[in-house]
Write a protein that binds this ligand. Structure first.
Ligand SMILES: C[S@@+](CC[C@H](N)C(=O)[O-])C[C@H]1O[C@@H](n2cnc3c(N)ncnc32)[C@H](O)[C@@H]1O
Length: 376
């Protein structure tokens, strides 16, 4: 007989495993905001490359893009980075290691990076660049010790390695409290330290990280909570309404707990500034951390075109691209798949109607901590 804890634990793992972005290049097409965030970070990447002190004697340069999804959102940043490398190290062979979890749509990633799609890839413009593709999680080391010059990641490391608990009255840790919140913050602390420990091993001495992660800023802002309707509260209220209408049951409501955590600046900084921490001991140092808000691109465009349908047609697929798989996996697997899919359609349709009814109230502004880190 399986006891309740075992069942819960395997369900929790199943949910962490169910994180997948939309496939077939749809992720990048739907997430213009994520590209804006990476483009804003490009000057930090260029600065990091300048600080590496590369020279013409270098024979091999390696950078990584961890949690890259289909790679479309980082093409411009990677091209700018590689052009910068070329200015210093004109003879080096360059490897770009794209990594994501094994269930990522690697076909889309390979096609986009190798310029087989409508995306405009840098591969045809940069000599001796070798894109490599890895299914290693960022909770693992993806390249050998002391070989990585520059590690990059955007909008990915908020996904925890496992869901530490179901949240009983919300869908996200931003609405959790007490023991449930503590379970998330403990898991997030462990996970952040694991991510950094792996990078500390990968980096060359003097190597750099530019990490752009969702955060809660000093004004309490976070993704989808930068004014107007709070996106996560809205997810929760709609999901609760489905519960009260009997469309979903109590277990399905609670299963829809996103295995994510948004660190504060202090939480990000702690292992990099606390001299007794393993990360500090391993040589990682925080050069700079700052938070920035990137406004929702669809809400910004709406101010110009004023077309509510166009606005909703942009915003809702963006939201779906990163959380649909979790909502779907939260539903009881004994329901026939078409029924589960219909619930999900209705769920996003509810959100869509709300956007159409009160467009000025909605949007998904991005709130990130931008970090520059180096290894001594
Ligand atoms: C929102 S997308 C970000 C994609 C891209 N970096 C960007 O900024 O547009 C988050 C990505 O993180 C990946 N991810 C989640 N957990 C991961 C893990 N443990 N290791 C590697 N990638 C992970 C997801 O599969 C997804 O592709």
């Amino acid at each position: 007989m399986t006891d309740k804890n075992e069942t819960n634990s395997s369900e929790q793992h199943a949910q962490a495993d169910d994180i997948t972005m939309s496939g077939g290049g749809l992720y990048s097409l739907a997430t213009k905001g994520a590209k804006d965030v990476i483009d804003h970070a490009t000057p930090l990447v260029v600065d990091a490359i300048n600080a590496l002190n590369l020279d013409s004697s270098l024979t091999e340069f390696k950078m990584s893009d961890m949690g890259c999804a289909d790679g479309g959102t980082s093409l411009s940043m990677v091209e700018a980075a590689l052009n910068q490398v070329r200015q210093h190290a004109e003879h080096a062979d360059i490897s770009v290691v794209y990594s994501d979890q094994p269930r990522n749509d690697f076909n889309a990633l390979v096609s986009i990076v190798h310029d087989l799609t409508d995306f405009d890839s840098y591969v045809k413009r940069i000599d001796r660049v070798y894109p490599l593709f890895s299914g290693s999680s960022f909770y693992l080391q993806a390249v050998p010790d002391n070989t990585l010059h520059l590690g990059f990641s955007a909008t990915a490391m908020h996904w925890l390695s496992t869901k530490p608990a179901n949240i009983t009255n919300h869908v996200h840790m931003v609405g959790a409290s007490g023991e449930e919140l503590r379970a998330f913050s403990n898991q997030a602390k462990k996970d952040w330290e694991t991510i950094l420990a792996c990078r500390a091993r990968e980096l060359t001495s003097g190597g750099r990280l530019v990490l752009i992660n969702f955060c809660r800023d000093s004004q309490g802002q976070y993704l989808g909570n930068t004014g107007g309707v709070n996106m996560f509260d809205n997810f929760n209220e709609n999901w609760k309404e489905f519960l009260s209408q009997g469309i979903i049951n109590d277990t399905e409501y609670e299963n829809m707990t996103l295995p994510q955590y948004y660190n504060t600046v202090e939480e990000f900084s702690d292992p990099l500034t606390n001299k007794s921490s393993d990360c500090y001991q391993a040589g990682l140092r925080l050069e700079n951390i700052e938070t920035r808000v990137v406004p929702c691109p669809f809400a910004e465009e709406f101010k110009q075109h004023n077309d509510v349908q166009k606005f909703a047609n942009g915003l809702i697929p963006t939201i779906r691209s990163w959380n649909e798989s979790i909502f779907l996996a939260g539903l009881d697997s004994s329901r026939p798949l078409p029924e589960r899919k219909q619930i999900i359609e209705d769920y996003y349709d509810t959100y869509r109607q709300q956007v159409v009814t009160a467009p000025q109230e909605h949007g998904m502004g991005y709130v990130h901590a931008y970090k520059s880190i180096y290894k001594v």
